[in-house]
Ligand binder design. Structure first.
Ligand code: PLP
Ligand code: COI
Length: 362
């Protein structure tokens, strides 16, 4: 149900929502907005009630696709504090997306201050159970009115929040659809940016995945359609069996996939847990063969919204194969637990990833 019309929600309704959050269907009570113009730079920063926006039909974002966004999370901690996960790293990626889309960059401290401001007033919206979070969606759109084919000279930045649950406490393994018909990104394109068009262009393949009883798409490289890049809305890791024990491998950042903050966190976390990591290209054939002969023991997907989820099965146009035992393997489960412990303050934050925010809530 979309409660936007009756925001702010009563405390009772909010508690009901928090007891069974979905993803992106109910929003917290406030929003942050800020404007940019060529003349004034960033100005007019506001924290206000969540409200509909009125847009002229010739608003440039609606026509030429200058829209970028981030996805990040705030977690509840045992002592009642709330904390943002790696906000400065999300700010940096937001600015990389802005540069690629010829949009203005936002100073990192303004980006983080906007997130903190929303979390401060909507602290009561952070769900408490392990793995649950308040998902924060900062975004920017070209707000100038006009149909001239050029970058806009006015922009709107905003942050909204939605309580989110994990796929499940022990998530069901994903079934991935790997077919070469559609591609997500090509060299020189926008694949490394978090811009709206990348997602709109992917839905046709997502539909195909669903029609084949799969949860998501595996994206292959544009040139040869052999190399694995990432999956829909998440990066991929392979757990390889070597004579020295398990080793993690994830496709290198080729410029056509998103540099996931979760991906980077896993690379660092794994090293600190003593797990070797490499970033080497893997083809679809190598993935299948590796799963069949045991060289690839596990595969998992990772991203902010999904967290860390095992891949149990891969389906293609003329083939399909199970991954490992088809359930979460030990390395996937260990990394998932270690990450959740950091999120919820149950393990020391050795990387300095969590940013505590004093909130107005209980
Ligand atoms: N790849 C794509 C296309 C995504 O949309 C996401 C989600 O943000 C990811 C990867 C994972 O990135 P992150 O871990 O920063 O959420
Ligand atoms: C995220 O994980 O934050 C994403 O952006 C994936 C999807 C919900 C767009």
């Amino acid at each position: 149900m979309n409660d936007a019309a009756v925001q702010p929600l009563s405390a009772r309704r909010r508690e009901e929502v928090l007891a069974t959050p979905g993803f992106g269907d109910v929003f917290s009570d406030h929003m942050v907005t800020m404007r940019w113009s060529a003349e004034m730079g960033w100005h007019d920063a506001k924290v206000g009630p969540l409200d509909a926006m009125s847009l002229h039909p010739a608003t440039m974002a609606l026509h030429y696709g200058q829209t970028i966004f981030e996805g990040m999370k705030a977690f509840w901690r045992a002592n009642g504090q709330r904390a943002l996960f790696r906000p400065t790293d999300h700010a940096r990626r937001f600015n990389r997306s802005a540069r690629r889309l010829t949009m203005p960059t936002l100073p990192e401290q303004h980006f983080v201050a906007a997130l903190e401001a929303l979390l401060r007033v909507d602290g009561d919206w952070v769900p408490r159970p392990r793995g649950h979070s308040l998902y924060l969606r900062p975004f920017m759109i070209a707000a100038e009115t006009g149909l001239g084919l050029r970058p806009a000279e006015e922009y709107l930045f905003a942050v909204i929040g939605t309580p989110a649950r994990p796929a499940s406490v022990e998530p069901n393994p994903m079934r991935l659809w790997a077919a070469p018909e559609y591609i997500r990104a090509a060299p020189g394109g926008t694949g490394a940016a978090k811009c709206g068009g990348n997602y709109g262009g992917a839905f046709v393949a997502q539909r195909q995945a669903a029609a084949n009883d799969c949860d998501e798409v595996v994206w292959l490289d544009a040139r040869e359609r052999r190399f694995i890049e990432e999956a829909g809305g998440c990066n991929l890791f392979f757990v390889e069996s070597t004579a020295d024990g398990p080793r993690l491998n994830t496709p290198p950042l080729s410029g056509t996939l998103l540099a996931g903050i979760t991906r980077d966190s896993i690379l660092r976390l794994a090293r600190s847990l003593g797990l070797p990591v490499v970033q080497q290209p893997v083809t679809l054939d190598e993935w299948e063969q590796g799963c069949r002969d045991g060289r690839i023991a596990e595969t998992f997907a990772c991203g902010t919204a999904r967290s860390i989820v095992p891949v149990g099965h891969v389906v293609g146009a003329h083939r399909d194969w199970p991954v490992g035992d088809g359930v979460a393997g030990p390395v996937t489960s260990r990394l998932r637990a270690a990450m959740l412990d950091i999120h919820h303050g149950r393990a020391s934050d050795e990387f300095g990833w969590m940013r505590l925010v004093e909130t107005d809530g209980q």
